[in-house]
Ligand binder design. Sequence first.
Ligand SMILES: [Zn+2]
Ligand SMILES: [Zn+2]
Length: 116
Amino acid sequence: MVYIPKRYGQSRIDYCPFCEKQALVKNAQGVPVCSAHKNATIGEMKCICGGNLEIKEGKFGAFFLCDKCGPINMKKVLEINEVEAPEQKRDVASTKPKKEPQDELVVRGDDPYWCR
Ligand SMILES: [Zn+2]
Ligand SMILES: [Zn+2]
């Protein structure tokens, strides 16, 4: 009997940490992201120990490095940290301010002819 271990490593699918869609590109930090978030970057992440993590790009993709714990899998970090999706910039034209009717301010107190 020959035992053949299954290899999943080759067909790994990365997911965008911002929206959990399939990651197709990498952002500036080397983190796999979807095409919509290619300009987004991950902010400060905390380690399980409470320390700050530094983002690194390695041979097998991006990972986080803790002073105390060493390298930590990005998936793990994303599990314990909340990643906020950056707000998408909207077209300025679509958010036109509503034209509010201006109340006419009538000042009568200063009227010099207000005498009887
Ligand atoms: Zn995304
Ligand atoms: Zn740590």
